[in-house]
Design a protein around this ligand. Sequence first.
Ligand code: ATP
Length: 489
Amino acid sequence: MANVLIVDDEREIGNFLSYLISDKGHQTITCTSGAEFDLRISEQEYQLAFLDVRLPDRNGLEILQNLKKLQPMCKAIVMTGYANVKTAVEAIKLGANDFIEKPFDDIEEIETLVDHLLQNNPAPALNHARELASKMECFIGKNKSMNQLFTLAYKFAQKNINVLIEGETGTGKDVLANFIHQASRRAGFPYVAVNCGAITESLLESELFGHAKGSFTGAAKDRKGYFELAGKGTLFLDEIGEASLTTQIKLLRVLETGEFIKVGGETIQRSQARVIAASHVNLQEAVANGSFREDLLYRLDVVKLTIPPLRERLEDIPSFIDFYLNQLDLDVTFAPETVKCLSQYEWPGNVRELVNVINRAVALAEGETEIITPRYLPAKFLSSPSFPVKDNCLPNEDSAADFDTYLKNWHEVILEMWKTDSDVQLPELLDKIKELETITAQAFIQKALVKNVGNRKEATKDLGISMRKLRYYLNEKKTSRENEAVKKN
Ligand SMILES: Nc1ncnc2c1ncn2[C@@H]1O[C@H](COP(=O)(O)OP(=O)(O)OP(=O)(O)O)[C@@H](O)[C@H]1O
């Protein structure tokens, strides 16, 4: 049996939820104001709280923050009205597990939500989002912000509202827009994506709304625009900030009235498409500098989803690599050192850049090795502070686990070669042995450096090697002649 707190100034809502939840065998306490919440929260521990976002004496988000401070383990569901759906985004960011809209139209949904949360499961929306994402080959990962983002995206997908996606270039705005489309009731209709920045200003209008025959030189026949092609589906307007002010006025009209006219046309057409817009520039700032219409932003930004840059979710890089290699269906592994290098980079080009680096490494290693070491990465990684190991970048406790995984993978690859009935290329095998030598040496050097707090001289003494050899293994020697000299040393 759980203790459930219900905070809502509408008594009927409190009574209804109380009835629904008591029926499941839980104990409920209802209160109708912020002051009453203060009293009740100090009386006992709660496992779940329903919070209205609008109370006469206090903002529900303030209550949520207080709840999370006083009883961090307590799950929270916020209740919003259609008009304040934006607050739901805020609430999730502040730690609410989910939100439900009033008036309640799906009681079963509330019951499932309560059961899930009280069993300490993630909100069902996240589970559903994960299922859909895996079908679509879309990666969510473990990062908390990404999980919240996809939970929200999944929930808002079901509603008929416009969504604005912000995020740096290559963060996956198109991927997210497509996910929202697939999660919506419009999934059976077209998903049309248009990059407003890639089309010249004069063409954009006719691309969006279509044109009538003879409306301009070259318009030999009537042509449908993207709004018409999207039909009852989704129109994704990428880089909306690039649309000219004239096009913005026309977009505003469609969003306000659902109506548009083809370039050079006479009849008014109706759009039934849902619009998802995206921008890599901050549109609020664009409004401030006069390049974007405030009224259009207001229409688009019913719900804003911001995708965090990849540098803020580096912990997901190892699983993204696995996810992506799995998609490519190739029998290659990224060595732990390589994954480490990739996990310590800033990624200005975000996921797109990561995908390019993986593709490049896989292409370069093809026919040479199945274990991709850092030497298959672009030069910028080799000179990054993470590789080779520098005194100021001492290995962390993951190193032992990384080395362990590498050894296991290596062992598996060699055994595979041994067991196969087909011919094995000895040079390839010897290359793998050389690679093992280097990586093992690096691992022991790293360990010695940790022990000696980065003092290389002491590390070489412990390992019984010369400084030149240490630098050789850390790839700090540049010419092959120097390398040869070190090998002999
Ligand atoms: N969540 C994800 N799952 C799988 N692949 C992803 C994900 N996010 C991004 N990618 C990959 O990264 C690349 C860039 O994604 P996308 O085109 O959606 O980014 P974008 O933010 O729309 O970029 P731009 O700002 O340049 O339009 C694509 O190859 C895409 O497949």
